[in-house]
Design a protein around this ligand. Structure first.
Ligand code: HGY
Ligand code: MN
Ligand code: MN
Ligand code: MN
Length: 421
């Protein structure tokens, strides 16, 4: 795609594209699995390696890096006068991935933000804002089921936690967080007081097909979908697969099958929400000749309307209750995480669009169907989001890709947006 910058001034300030692409390539090797995907769940071993690598990259770039109590990595320029209270701008995304995920979801936004700060610093370009780059901890919740962990902590919203949060395998978050440089007992210190942040910008791959179909390199995000995540547990009566008569069985996996279909129906025929998914299903003991004792599964419900989300959840809970009676199972919703839909800030949208125009890059305004830390940060500050196209519109899979030109274009738009603020 040819770029025709509007002005030579716009063309003269640019990120170091090859350096950004090289960093993306090197981070893609951290947690790579034998199916070609990336396994870097938050607070796991590969995630720790990625954070250590990020901190090292920042230091080599002459920047200051630290980890807060929630495990967020924060990077700044050393030459800024931190005593004055300038407008404070935060740029970032997350380095953790889903299981068998891709190399760009999250990491691109962190590494591009690092590249922006690195470029500004090495060229001694001043900014009106005090810029901090953040790598938010555990955005996906792939291992520890608390997605948006780092941004929730920053927004001061992590209060109703269990005393000793555990991952899906029973490992303690307290220990995992300590290994990552955080401290569960000191979480409130990771919160940014109201009024301390003037804007948050997140650059991300679109993860959908819109920009590619339109042939536009830049997306200006106008809203981020709302999402309700339910942790459902179904208990029945375990038994021998060969001797337990069919009549009278209380099989929780049969119950789970009904739940999976009900979830599809809720978004499909019933149109109660935009999409709904069961992505995680764990029968226990998961043995081929035993009727399971228990099944745990995840339900992910999304819609752009908070009202519709609430109504869908309520209807779904009624479906669960009816199913429990019919199949004589115990069905409980053990946890519910509700993330509100949000709109991005108009001034930030305008700054992003103007930057794209200056750089001669076509753009389109579009909503985000994926969740992002930005929607949590929206609690305490105006947010803006920039998208770049996803090849084939796919994400959360190993084949997640974006062309090198688009990756660099997105980072340049981020840089120019920072300079405008
Ligand atoms: O699931 C999501 O939308 C995001 O990738 N965490
Ligand atoms: Mn993701
Ligand atoms: Mn992401
Ligand atoms: Mn036997």
């Amino acid at each position: 795609r040819a770029r025709t910058p509007r002005s030579t001034a716009a063309a003269s300030v640019a990120v170091n594209g090859p350096r950004l692409l090289d960093r993306i390539r090197r981070f893609a090797a951290i947690g790579r699995d034998d199916q070609g995907g990336i396994n870097r769940p938050g607070f796991g071993e590969a995630d720790r390696a990625a954070r250590a690598h990020l901190i090292e990259e920042a230091r080599q770039a002459g920047l200051l890096a630290r980890t807060d109590a929630a495990g967020n990595v924060l990077i700044r320029r050393p030459d800024h006068d931190h005593d004055l209270r300038p407008p404070r701008l935060l740029l970032g995304s997350h380095l953790d991935t889903v299981l068998n995920g891709g190399e760009l979801d999250g990491a691109y936004g962190v590494l591009a933000a690092l590249e922006v700060l690195h470029s500004l610093h090495e060229s001694a370009i001043p900014t009106r804002c005090d810029v901090t780059v953040v790598s938010f901890a555990n955005e996906e919740g792939a291992l520890f089921p608390q997605p948006f962990w780092g941004s929730m902590a920053l927004a001061g919203r992590l209060h109703a936690l269990p005393d000793d949060p555990r991952d899906y395998h029973g490992q303690s978050l307290r220990d995992a967080l300590r290994l990552a440089g955080g401290d569960l007992s000191d979480l409130p210190s990771a919160g940014w007081p109201p009024g301390s942040l003037d804007a948050y910008l997140e650059l991300h791959i679109e993860q959908g097909p819109v920009l590619e179909r339109l042939g536009k390199p830049i997306g200006v995000v106008d809203s981020v979908t709302g999402r309700t995540q339910l942790a459902v547990e179904i208990s029945g009566s375990a038994g021998h697969a060969g001797t337990t008569p069919m009549a009278g069985r209380r099989d929780p996996l049969v119950g789970a099958a009904h739940v999976v279909l009900a979830v599809r129906r809720m978004a499909g025929e019933e149109e109660l929400c935009r999409v709904a998914t069961v992505g995680r299903l764990e029968p226990s003991p998961n043995s081929s000749n035993t009727i399971p004792e228990r099944v745990r599964l995840s339900v992910d419900i999304r819609d752009s309307s908070a009202r519709r989300l609430a109504a869908a959840e309520e209807a779904f809970r009624e479906t669960l209750a009816a199913l429990a009676r019919r199949e004589r199972l115990d069905i409980t919703v053990r946890d519910a995480i509700r993330t509100a839909p949000v709109h991005t800030d108009q001034r930030l949208r305008h700054a992003i669009a103007s930057s794209a125009r200056d750089l001669g890059l076509g753009y389109e305004t579009l909503p985000s169907g994926a969740g992002h830390d930005a929607q949590v940060v929206a609690d305490i500050a105006p947010i803006g989001m920039i998208f770049v196209p996803s090849i084939g519109g796919v994400s959360h899979v190993p084949s997640e890709r974006t062309t090198p030109e688009d990756l660099i274009a997105g980072a340049d738009v981020l840089l120019h947006t920072v300079l405008r603020l």
